[in-house]
Design a protein around this ligand. Structure first.
Ligand code: ADP
Length: 319
């Protein structure tokens, strides 16, 4: 293998740039040429790509977003779209592709591999919802963003003696809400993976209030439903002033934490190694702090689960 490509696809996440940098530097270290494809699979179909040099990825390790831009591309879901992409890859003489993105992007990579073109997936999403890895690039940074927000909201919640409902992102996964809730000291954490009992949440707020607590913080994952609606129900039931904050896209941006930069660097290097070993249709991951790789299809057929111990602890600490 002499020439490889790299792209970012789907939702962006902080640390994607660090992963691009690692791919490019590791590949060049091993004597490969690397092409950066703009706008995910869209750029693959239109041939929007350029050669990346060592300097092309200088000064990006600390930046959020992705210098290769990202996109969602419906055409790539069709056989014709993937054939166009394959034609462009062949035209440029590219022999292997590294895809940084979420599960949708991984399905694209798996489908291109099925056509005989070797692809490797690197999990990049703040949702931490990909089976086959304990952590995805961007989760740690988003987690710190949420905690920062909780700390700030806590100040005003105390001053006004209010209940605050904070809605986090995470699509159908509760990891972001769970970890942020535990690290941020929330009274209740509501996630899609666990049924919640409104009476219990309300009871906990009222008991806390009677004990002289100045505020309550409730974290709700977007996969459960609207934080605003939930706050209305809580106010009705507790008769205590309740406000909602939907954190939204601030969770997707910002400079990556050291942990995400480390993860991205290790993932990027591993992905290049796999291509050099002649592997295809694999995803990289981290399990018990070891870098691993799995068949993409097999990994995606699994279900990402929350860490039961973390959930149990969150319940025990928020009595
Ligand atoms: P994420 O990768 O963050 O989960 P999406 O689910 O939007 O984001 O997927 C990103 C892109 O991956 C899609 O716009 C599409 O181009 C490609 N993709 C998703 N599913 C498939 C599929 N089954 N086959 C081919 N490409 C796919």
């Amino acid at each position: 293998m002499k020439k490889i490509g790299v792209l970012t696809s789907g939702g962006d996440s902080p640390g994607m740039n660090a992963a691009i940098r690692a791919v490019v530097r590791k590949a060049i270290y091993h004597g490969l040429e690397v092409y950066g494809i703009n706008y995910g699979y869209t750029g693959l179909i239109t041939g929007d790509m350029r050669k990346l040099e060592l300097g092309s990825v200088g000064d990006i390790i600390h930046r959020g977003g992705t210098i290769l831009y990202t996109a969602r591309c419906d055409e790539f879901k069709t056989e014709e779209g993937r054939q166009k992409a394959l034609d462009e890859l062949n035209r440029y003489g590219i022999e292997g592709l590294i895809v940084i993105g979420g599960d949708g992007s991984f399905r694209g990579a798996a489908n291109l591999t099925k056509k005989g073109f070797p692809c490797i997936g690197i999990p990049g999403t703040i949702d931490n919802d990909i089976p086959g890895t304990d952590f995805t690039i961007g989760f740690n940074t988003a987690l710190n963003t949420v905690i920062d927000a909780i700390d700030k909201i806590r100040d005003t919640a105390t001053s006004h003696e209010r209940t605050y409902v904070i809605e986090t992102m995470g699509r159908n996964a509760g990891d972001l809400a769970l970890w942020a809730g535990l690290a941020g000291g929330a009274e209740s954490i509501i996630i899609p993976e666990v049924d919640y009992n409104m009476d219990e949440i309300v009871g906990r707020i009222i008991r806390g209030h009677e004990r002289g607590k100045k505020h309550s913080i409730i974290i709700v994952a977007e996969g459960v439903g609207s934080g605003i609606e939930l706050s209305k129900k809580i106010q009705e039931a507790t008769k205590l002033e309740t406000r909602a904050t939907v954190l939204g896209y601030i969770q997707r941006g910002g400079k990556p934490t050291a942990i995400d930069r480390m993860l991205a660097s290790r993932f990027g290097a591993k992905a290049v190694e796999l291509l050099l070993e002649g592997k295809a249709g694999r995803m990289v991951g981290i399990e018990r702090n070891q870098i691993v790789d799995h068949d993409i299809i097999v990994a995606l057929s699994g279900v990402h689960k929350i860490d039961e111990d973390v959930y149990k602890l969150s319940q025990e600490l928020s009595i």
